[in-house]
Design a protein around this ligand. Structure first.
Ligand SMILES: Cc1cc2nc3c(=O)[nH]c(=O)nc-3n(C[C@H](O)[C@H](O)[C@H](O)COP(=O)(O)O)c2cc1C
Length: 332
């Protein structure tokens, strides 16, 4: 199944291998624009036969960057570099998505940082300012403008980053959202409004990445995310990319496939397609996840940093003849 196509709306992926979004912190000019590194890095994985590449967390506002070296999509000036990137990846037969992100209280850029509630992540991080209603509206608008620019740059998929303790995740979790207004009474409200705003300008495949477990006694678990996932599905989200943690400092027992049961539970209970991610490194492991109906797509992170030709490695393992990029036929 790993090498079978998968269609979402009008986009068909040639296989189920997704490159997980991974920050490169490679914007040396600190202006959020695509640099040569991004072009080389992502196009190499397209040559390596990844079906869908999801570009790293890309900031919808400068204030929402994890670091000053993040990619950005807060200005129309970002479109042309991103368009070059999508063109390169398309030329190599892969599809390309972008992860729209706002770091919230985990932003490390200079100046004021914002979050649902004024609670720092830990002692080393700054205390964020509690967002006003106006700031909430402006941020939702920034996600919408990011989606509009992603469309102009010819991306195939948009993934909203609602995981890892960044802004949207901070609204979802009771550990980080202590608001008493409508965004606290209904912690899903902010994400719901982001999704609606994005949908006004984007009708392509829409993914949301979640942290399905807070790893804290007072935090959310996968059971809470079944409900959230049902709401996302009702809003038209096509796939939930299921990660976990990083909302509050916590020790996580990570082992091969440790997050797969979350993807499986959400897929089954919310009846929505999911992506599995986390310490998935072999073709057999990926095939097992798909065949047992635990997820629809397999997201590969660090293994694709080590080996941009991982799809070829996985195909060998599964006894599948993967077509070579023409210039590489003699070495394949
Ligand atoms: C260098 C690096 C950067 C990452 N940046 C992001 C990111 O931008 N957005 C995101 O959702 N996850 C990010 N992650 C998490 C990965 O997408 C992935 O979920 C995680 O590494 C687990 O998968 P793996 O074991 O296959 O690496 C990053 C991970 C790494 C190693």
């Amino acid at each position: 199944m790993l090498f079978s196509p998968y269609t979402i709306r009008d986009v068909t992926l040639k296989n189920r291998i997704v490159m997980s979004p991974m920050c490169m912190y490679a914007c040396d000019r600190e202006d959020g624009t695509v640099h040569n590194w991004h072009l080389i890095h992502y196009a190499t994985r397209a040559v390596g036969q990844v079906g869908l590449i999801i570009v790293e967390a890309t900031a919808v506002t400068p204030q929402g960057r994890i670091s000053a070296r993040d990619l950005g999509i807060w200005s129309d000036d970002h479109i042309s570099g991103l368009h070059t990137l999508t063109t390169l990846v398309h030329e190599q037969g892969a599809k390309i998505g972008i992860q729209l992100a706002h770091a919230g209280r985990k932003a490390t850029v200079s100046g004021e940082i914002i979050a649902p509630s004024p609670i720092p992540f830990d002692d080393n991080m700054r205390t964020p300012k509690e967002m006003t209603k106006t700031e909430i509206e402006e941020t939702i608008h920034a996600f919408q403008q990011g989606a509009r620019r992603a469309k102009e740059a010819d991306f195939d998929v948009i993934e909203i980053h609602a995981a890892h303790g960044y802004l949207i995740n901070e609204f979802l979790s009771p550990l980080t959202n202590k608001r008493t207004d409508e965004y606290g009474e209904n912690r899903y409200r902010f994400l719901s409004e982001v999704i609606e705003a994005v949908k006004e300008v984007w009708d392509g495949p829409l993914f949301v990445r979640i942290s399905a477990h807070d790893y804290h006694p007072d935090g959310l678990t996968v059971n809470d995310y079944i409900d959230y996932a049902q709401r996302m599905k009702a809003q038209g989200v096509d796939l939930i990319d299921v990660s976990s943690g990083a909302v509050v400092p916590a020790k996580i027992d990570a082992y091969p496939g440790y997050q797969v049961p979350f993807a499986e539970t959400i897929r089954r209970e919310a009846n929505v397609p999911t992506g599995a991610v986390g310490l998935i490194t072999s073709g057999l492991q990926a095939e097992e996840i798909l065949r047992n109906g635990r997820a629809d797509l397999v997201f590969i992170g660090r293994e694709l940093l080590r080996n941009p030709y991982w799809p070829k490695t996985a195909a060998n393992e599964l006894g599948i003849q993967l077509e070579a990029p023409k210039p590489y036929v003699r070495g394949w």
